[in-house]
Design a binder for this molecule. Structure first.
Ligand SMILES: Cc1cc2nc3c(=O)[nH]c(=O)nc-3n(C[C@H](O)[C@H](O)[C@H](O)COP(=O)(O)OP(=O)(O)OC[C@H]3O[C@@H](n4cnc5c(N)ncnc54)[C@H](O)[C@@H]3O)c2cc1C
Length: 489
């Protein structure tokens, strides 16, 4: 992949060190390595962590990318490219003379490439701890997003969990029969997931709640609760996210479940979401709420009595209440969607900085490409689908592959979407979001869907909520029509 550069009127052939450089060795990075290998590209991947990543609570078999992998599960043997672990990329810079990207690691080592593929994850950039006096605490403390590799013993300790997200609730090993059945039905499972709006192996209900009898509604919701998790969301009624009244009824159903499970009335009320269901996702039928019936578990509502500071011995709240602990676990979430791309310098054409650009508002085309950031394709990035990500990646990575193939076939040096295409995509993302019950509910709940969990972050929809099928169609349309929304040269 050579380009010609003119220096003082003389032409020189320049070649990047690699065809493609990939950031991240989670599901996205691994899937992209697989794609690039199939295209025969030379590549290198960088991973800040010590090993391959991936955090998911969806059912495990949705994490496999191909039938072959499902049968064998031998990632290392299949991918001769070993990501460089313990290596964080701290900057990426586009060179408009060579038309290559230069990535610099935290150790100051530079690498050049034609195609820059950040796959740093939607939920991987940890939030900074916003509490005063964190270092003052004399006990042990951990952040869920930086969990140590050594085992942590909590036995007999007084433990604070700051934040209340819990996964995977009641995780368990799959039986040999279940594993066998997954292998046997792999194609059907995968096909079902690819056709379900959020990439799950289940069947969307298209039945609206309105017009049904109270008894019927309760029966269906009850069935969904028993099935648990995402089945409650997708297999009960088709309008839980689009219809205010349906959402209110489902939200109240969940609140009543919490009230019936949690014995202490005050604790139950604190646990009941005040906002519309799905703006955040309380564990649905996962035995999470039962934990609050234990004599050694109590709940402090930090919304009504926020944490003022961390003390030597624990936490102090605004009301002056002092709580003593041996261990504090901070589980305060992520700078979602944009965080992994804005936490280091990405400088495109004319030094345009992605982080600064997105501070005013996010704009992408198809959630993968940006004007002024040529040959950069972000996987699992903002304005891409909010769905089961391995399913999304399994279409985004081939799309990137097809785009690269198209470029190589036509000898293009650079490709980037038009400003109009980005503006159009952004408008569609926002319009679809506005059609749901989410705008109000996500504000009420400080949801990461709109960046509301990070103080100072621009509030805007960070994901495509239009379902994966229309999304995949839009991506394929671009390929089949010869990339009309891209400037190619
Ligand atoms: C608690 C929790 C539950 C989740 N449940 C689900 C679920 O049920 N279903 C689902 O689809 N998704 C779920 N997710 C989202 C999940 O993170 C992604 O689906 C999945 O991990 C995507 O893989 P990824 O490769 O895109 O990101 P990640 O697995 O986050 O991998 C990205 C990798 O990039 C590395 N990286 C980032 N920046 C740099 C850099 N500058 N230099 C070098 N390396 C870098 C990170 O260290 C990380 O290992 C969940 C996330 C969390 C936190």
């Amino acid at each position: 992949m050579e380009n010609t550069v003119s220096v003082n009127g003389t032409s020189h052939q320049v070649k990047p060190e690699y065809d493609a450089l990939i950031i991240g060795a989670g599901f996205s990075g691994l899937r992209m390595i697989h794609e690039c290998r199939q295209l025969g590209l030379s590549l290198k991947a960088f991973e800040a962590g010590p090993a391959v990543g991936g955090t998911c609570e969806s059912w495990v078999y949705i994490m496999n990318f191909s039938k072959q992998l499902n049968d064998e599960w031998t990632w290392k043997e299949r991918f001769p490219c070993q990501p460089e672990f313990h290596t964080r990329i701290q900057s990426a810079r586009w060179n408009d003379d060579t038309h290559f990207w230069t990535l610099e690691t935290e150790f100051g080592k530079k690498h050049t490439c034609k195609y820059f593929i950040p796959a740093g994850g939607v939920l991987s950039a940890s939030r900074r701890l916003p509490f005063l006096g964190v270092e003052r605490f004399k006990g042990e403390w951990y952040q869920s997003s930086y969990w140590p590799r050594h085992s942590v013993s909590l036995k007999g300790k007084r433990v604070a969990v700051v934040g209340n997200y819990v996964i995977p609730a009641r995780n368990h090993l799959l039986s040999a029969d279940q594993q066998e059945s997954i292998k046997e039905n792999y194609a059907e499972i995968w096909a079902e997931a690819k056709n379900q709006s959020f990439g799950m192996s289940m069947t969307d209900s298209h039945t609206p709640m309105s017009g049904l009898s109270e008894a019927k509604i309760q029966r269906v919701l009850e069935g969904g609760w028993e099935a648990g998790g995402f089945r409650f969301v997708f297999e009960t009624f088709g309008d839980l996210i689009s219809d205010r009244q349906s959402n209110d009824i489902a939200s109240e159903f969940v609140r009543n479940k919490i009230r019936s499970v949690v014995k202490d009335e005050k604790t139950a009320e604190k646990l009941c979401p005040k906002y519309g269901l799905f703006a955040k996702r309380p564990p649905l039928g996962h035995y999470y709420f039962e934990t609050f019936n234990r004599a050694n578990v109590s709940l402090v509502d930090a919304r009504t009595d926020p944490i003022k500071e961390v003390t030597e011995h624990g936490l102090c709240t605004e009301s002056g209440e002092q709580y003593e602990f041996d261990t504090i676990i901070y589980a305060i979430g992520f700078d979602a969607g944009t965080g992994s791309l804005t936490s280091f310098d990405i400088n495109g054409r004319n030094g345009e900085n992605l982080g600064q650009k997105w501070a005013s508002h996010v704009e992408t085309y198809l959630g993968m490409a940006m004007t002024n950031f040529p040959n950069m394709f972000a996987i699992a990035a903002p304005q891409g689908p909010f769905a089961n990500f391995p399913v999304v990646l399994d279409s985004q990575a081939p799309w990137v592959g097809k785009t690269i193939s198209y470029m190589e076939k036509n000898n293009y040096k650079q490709v980037e979407p038009t400003q109009e295409a980005m503006a159009g995509w952004t408008k569609t993302v926002n319009d679809i979001y506005a059609m749901t019950i989410l705008p109000e509910a996500t504000k009420d709940s400080n949801s990461y869907f709109i960046g509301a969990n990070v103080p100072g972050k621009k509030i805007e929809p960070l994901f495509w909520f239009g379902g994966i099928v229309p999304y995949f169609q839009a991506c394929e349309e671009e390929v089949h029509t010869g990339f009309p929304n891209f400037v190619k040269s």
